[in-house]
Design a protein around this ligand. Structure first.
Ligand SMILES: [Zn+2]
Length: 144
């Protein structure tokens, strides 16, 4: 399977994406360009190896939907070339500041007594969720 090479390096895409974006809602050209940049960055994140740095975060997990997994399982024996080709590039990735995992299924019960770790959850459409997780229990922290 050919490896997709992003047009621009991941670090450059992230730096541009992190820079302040100042455009009004009526500036369609600027907003369209921002959308293209977001999708280009998302594609680069999903194609990157685990533990690749993205700004000050690490790509800690990446995966596929249940539907894509079922398609791959129909295409071939798990681990086979056909199976890997059917899986393709991961559909989602989680990034954290400390390189450890995130439990997005639960809330931390003691957010005042812990260090907070920044996280982001990306799909091909962009950053879908972001916030903080507990450094200890790895559960989400509700901010505000
Ligand atoms: Zn906790």
């Amino acid at each position: 399977m050919p490896t997709r090479t992003p047009a621009r390096p991941l670090a450059a895409l992230r730096a541009e994406w992190d820079a302040p974006f100042l455009a009004g809602p009526a500036d369609h050209a600027a907003n369209d360009e921002r959308g293209r940049l977001t999708r280009e960055l998302a594609a680069a994140i999903l194609a990157a190896d685990l533990m690749t740095t993205v700004g000050d975060l690490f790509i800690t997990t990446a995966g596929w939907s249940r539907e894509r997994g079922d398609q791959a399982n129909s295409a071939g024996k798990p681990g086979s070339e056909q199976w890997l080709a059917a899986l393709g590039t991961p559909e989602h990735a989680t990034l954290t500041a400390d390189g450890r995992h995130v439990n997005r299924a639960a809330w931390c019960k003691r957010p005042q007594n812990t260090a907070w770790v920044r996280y982001e959850y990306w799909t091909a459409e962009g950053c879908q969720r972001h916030g903080f997780v507990c450094a200890g229990c790895r559960r989400l922290i509700q901010v505000g």
